[in-house]
Design a protein around this ligand. Structure first.
Ligand SMILES: *[C@@H]1O[C@H](CO)[C@@H](O)[C@H](O)[C@H]1NC(C)=O
Ligand SMILES: *[C@@H]1O[C@H](CO)[C@@H](O)[C@H](O)[C@H]1NC(C)=O
Ligand SMILES: *[C@@H]1O[C@H](CO)[C@@H](O)[C@H](O)[C@H]1NC(C)=O
Ligand SMILES: *[C@@H]1O[C@H](CO)[C@@H](O)[C@H](O)[C@H]1NC(C)=O
Ligand SMILES: *[C@@H]1O[C@H](CO)[C@@H](O)[C@H](O)[C@H]1NC(C)=O
Ligand SMILES: *[C@@H]1O[C@H](CO)[C@@H](O)[C@H](O)[C@H]1NC(C)=O
Ligand SMILES: *[C@@H]1O[C@H](CO)[C@@H](O)[C@H](O)[C@H]1NC(C)=O
Ligand SMILES: *[C@@H]1O[C@H](CO)[C@@H](O)[C@H](O)[C@H]1NC(C)=O
Length: 826
């Protein structure tokens, strides 16, 4: 598990404190102790490498069981090294080696996510050895880098950093890892914990020789012994260097987890005392350290998604309707807290647990908008890992504190105190929800998108409702909250956009009838224990919520396009790995394509989606025959864009970007931009007959594809004849420009396949004209493509300004594109 790096400032302050506090001799001793710890961890890294080689070999052999065994065997060393991960010095290596998906915007789907947990997912849940082999290769490269850094000690660990790392990891195990399953897919979390303990103790031990007084040193050793004993009580394998724990973590009871957590806290406290003793002599040192530890222990939250996308004053009624639904839920929340308090005050814990389960749903819906009232959200629903010292943080309160008191500690008095704070925060929340001016369509969508991603990326793998085991309730209510906020927008969305959202919501509901069978979706409170769900069921929940998230992204894109532009768009610096809406309604952007799910008729295969089409496929054209695809001038799966949707009397439904030409009218028709087609215009169907347009709409869709066929004919897409041309380049010019590419395909047997958007072809045709065609020079995209005067040898020897192009590149074999592109001289 990766943790937030010590902030540079906090680390620097801590280092300075040590430097000024300690005499040179003591400082030397402490540095020696630090280096001894790092040297030990370098040996652990050296042990890590062959274990990963074994894993790679097992994967290569295709033996899944052997691979899983090798995976588990490969886990221990890094979990010891991880004690250094709080420090900046590991740079991005910790993220490459040990990050969990929720540290990334796109969760599991984020291509930047790498390391052990990715291998774990590929191997245990998906059983995909090919994917696991690729993940393992990336992991090995990062580990190799780590070993060099540790062995050569270029990480420059200071005593202050080392001590801060020890304290932070111990608290993290106690505050977070023990309650949130760490090794989700392999169920091997116990393995993680014991090697965390070993790593901490390895780093600590040398400090006993570096002037640490006997008392704090003995306290740490005693606390470590207690942790080892607590662990052994749970897992007979004990805290040994040998890998395999005897028990899956999912079978460890809440009480057993509590005992381990308790011992780990005590260990962390002893380490903290030792740390303070070592750094004593400088009052500022201790507080700087405290700040550093606090920074290190902070838990990464999901980064915010992009900022305002929909104009702030757009869709006020739809926004208010969703907020009003939450206002109702908030009143309900106040009501259901009453019986909980009554049961607690009567000291009836059985009744209180029932009342607790019934008291949880409303807020889990309202939580969709949590970012709009962060203070109340923290007071109502924060989990201990959001605080520096976990459960021991005095500022931690709310429903999870009630949960702990009720389910784990059996302490009605503590539950009532926690409930007091909840009541106050809920009252404040209900007031805010009565004021629609505090909310906007953009904010509502940010909330829906963030929560629909957070459930699959984070909540599912980290148990959400740890002590009561009620996570299935949490997810169900989260889905209902998203639905409540979304539904008022459905009527203003196109059906084609609204339908996938509705389907995704229905899919979640139907999944619940299986994973939580017998528990009514609306009102049921007899929830199945989340710890009783299988990894496969969790995977289904993940997939269902990701489907919801994606469909909401498309809805958001459509609303953005149909709302007036925001006064001052400030693009968020945060990029996400998810499809981001393009400026698809802007006719000048040159996205002249069909969406990914538009289909063409491929000889011998029937209807094939655009995103499944390959160069060489023989596609039905206006001539009645089939012709091979020789080029995609655009092929981009990862965008959401606006399309014109034309419905005809014959029942055909064609979607294409507004600047795309298609023949309109009888007798073969006239090439007309899709954006100017109106109801009543005649389109031509595959068989050459014409049919009138009965409806025109603007809809959002995913993907942008524009295939070109060799005979230069008109494509038949979703049963309607279209062209491949755009308003940006005259069709006649475009056809001429494409001639060499057609020739290349015929002569060379094109093998490079799909052209990436952004390469030199993409701007040429039909997305935009080279400036030397005149008239559109300011529009012609050049950056990253033909920019800088990259000249190719087809046709032109001079730039538009008259200067000579460089000589053509030598002929090349594999890469046709680079030999054959037109002269891209700007
Ligand atoms: C396995 O993973 C590879 C690489 O990620 C992917 O191409 C392939 O489709 C996956 N196989 C299955 C059966 O999902
Ligand atoms: C680490 O040290 C070894 C020799 O001890 C040397 O060969 C290697 O180049 C060093 N690596 C780096 C990155 O400095
Ligand atoms: C560690 O110190 C060495 C020698 O002073 C230096 O070359 C190296 O860049 C430092 N490494 C880092 C990560 O600061
Ligand atoms: C936690 O440890 C304390 C002593 O440090 C002990 O009094 C208490 O009973 C322990 N609680 C649990 C649940 O083990
Ligand atoms: C929004 O609500 C107000 C007040 O109820 C109403 O006057 C207005 O017509 C509504 N706007 C739309 C677009 O429905
Ligand atoms: C506690 O409440 C339950 C109902 O939830 C009731 O059946 C039971 O008798 C109560 N126990 C006591 C001791 O009052
Ligand atoms: C959109 O869907 C609703 C029901 O889901 C239906 O009543 C309506 O006719 C549909 N509209 C169009 C234009 O398809
Ligand atoms: C766990 O699941 C099994 C069936 O898979 C079921 O018999 C059992 O009652 C469940 N336990 C809980 C606590 O839900």
């Amino acid at each position: 598990m990766t943790r937030v790096a010590l902030s540079a400032a906090a680390a620097a302050a801590a280092v300075a404190a040590v430097a000024t506090a300690a005499s040179p001799a003591v400082a030397d001793e402490m540095q020696d102790a630090t280096d001894a710890g790092v040297a030990f961890l370098a040996t652990r890294c050296a042990a890590q490498q062959p274990l990963l080689a074994d894993l790679a070999a097992a994967l290569e052999s295709g033996n899944a069981d052997a691979s899983r065994t090798a995976y588990v065997a490969s886990r221990p060393p890094y979990e010891e090294i991880e004690v250094l991960a709080t420090n900046d010095m590991l740079g991005d290596l910790d993220a490459k080696i040990d990050a969990r998906p929720y540290a990334f915007d796109g969760g599991e789907d984020d291509p930047a996510w790498a390391g052990f947990h990715r291998v774990e997912r590929d191997l245990y849940r998906d059983g995909n050895l090919t994917a696991a082999a690729a993940s393992t290769a990336a992991l090995r490269a990062a580990v190799d880098d780590l070993c060099i850094a540790l062995t050569n000690n270029t990480v420059n660990v200071t005593a202050a950093q080392s001590l801060a790392g020890q304290v932070a990891l111990a608290y993290e195990v106690a505050a977070k890892k023990v309650s949130s399953e760490e090794e989700t897919f392999s169920d091997a979390s116990l393995l993680i914990f014991k090697h965390n303990y070993r790593g901490i103790q390895a780093l600590f031990t040398p400090f006993k020789e570096a002037g640490l007084a006997a008392e704090p040193a003995a306290a740490v050793d005693d606390a470590y012994a207690a942790v080892v004993a607590a662990y052994a009580a749970i897992d007979t394998a004990g805290v040994t260097a040998n890998a395999v724990p005897a028990r899956p973590y999912s079978g460890v009871t809440v009480a057993e987890r509590a005992a381990l957590m308790n011992a780990t806290y005590a260990y962390a406290d002893a380490l903290k005392a030792a740390h303070d003793a070592l750094l004593s002599g400088d009052a500022g040192g201790a507080s700087a350290e405290r700040a550093a530890v606090a920074a290190a222990a902070a838990v990464p939250r999901l980064p915010a998604l992009a900022a305002v996308r929909i104009a702030t004053d757009a869709f006020p009624n739809e926004t208010a309707a969703g907020v009003a639904a939450f206002s109702t839920q908030c009143s309900k929340q106040q009501q259901v807290l009453v019986p909980l308090r009554a049961a607690l005050e009567a000291g009836n814990m059985t009744a209180a647990r029932t009342a607790y389960a019934a008291a949880r749903p409303p807020y889990e819906q309202i939580e969709t908008l949590a970012a709009s009232f962060e203070d109340e959200d923290t007071a109502i629903d924060a989990r201990p890992d959001a605080f520096d010292y976990g459960e021991r943080s005095p500022e931690w309160a709310g429903l999870h504190a009630v949960e702990r008191a009720l389910y784990r500690d059996n302490d009605a008095g503590a539950a009532v105190s926690a409930l007091d704070a909840v009541d106050t925060a809920v009252a404040s929340l209900c007031e805010k929800l009565k004021d629609p001016t505090l909310f906007s369509a953009a904010g509502n969508f940010d909330g829906m998108l963030a929560l629909s991603l957070e459930v699959p990326a984070k909540k599912i793998s980290s148990e959400e409702e740890t002590w009561s085991d009620l996570s299935l309730m949490i997810f169900r209510e989260n889905a209902k909250g998203i639905a409540a906020l979304y539904e008022p927008f459905a009527p203003v969305l196109d059906n084609a956009t609204a339908a996938p959202v509705a389907a995704a919501l229905a899919n979640i509901k139907s999944l619940w009838s299986r994973v939580d069978a017998g528990n009514d979706w609306e009102t049921g409170v007899a929830f199945r224990a989340y710890s009783n769900t299988t990894v496969a069921e969790r995977a289904d929940i993940h997939t269902a919520f990701m489907g919801l998230h994606r469909s909401l992204r498309v809805a958001e894109a459509e609303l953005k396009a149909t709302a007036p532009a925001p006064p001052s768009p400030s693009p968020d610096a945060t990029t996400t790995a998810m499809p981001s809406p393009t400026n698809g309604d802007d006719d000048s952007d040159g996205n002249t394509c069909f969406p990914a799910d538009a289909t063409v008729d491929v000889a011998g295969r029937g209807a094939v989606r655009m995103d499944a089409l390959s160069v060489g496929d023989r596609v039905r054209t206006s001539t009645g025959g089939y012709s091979p695809v020789y080029l995609f001038s655009h092929a981009d799966a990862d965008v959401a864009a606006m399309f014109v949707r034309l419905t005809t009397a014959s029942g055909a439904v064609l979607r294409l970007t507004p600047t795309h030409y298609l023949p309109v009218g009888s007798g073969g028709g006239t090439l007309t931009a899709a954006g100017s087609v109106v109801v009543g215009d005649a389109l031509t169907t595959a068989d050459g007959s014409t049919t009138p347009v009965t409806a025109v709409a603007r809809v959002a869709g995913v993907g942008l594809y524009n295939p070109h066929v060799l005979n230069g004919g008109q494509l038949v897409v979703d049963g309607v004849r279209t062209s491949v041309y755009t308003t940006a380049v005259a069709p006649r010019v475009a056809s001429a420009l494409l001639a060499p590419a057609r020739a290349a395909y015929m002569v060379g047997g094109w093998t490079t396949g799909v052209l990436e958007s952004g390469s030199s072809w993409a701007w040429l045709l039909p997305g935009g004209a080279p400036p030397w065609l005149g008239g559109v020079s300011s529009e012609a995209p050049t950056g990253g493509r033909a920019a800088g005067g990259v000249c190719r040898h087809v046709g032109r020897a001079t730039r538009v300004d008259g200067t000579a192009c460089p000589p053509p590149p030598p002929p090349c074999g594999a890469c046709f594109l680079s030999c054959l592109s037109f002269c891209g001289c700007p």
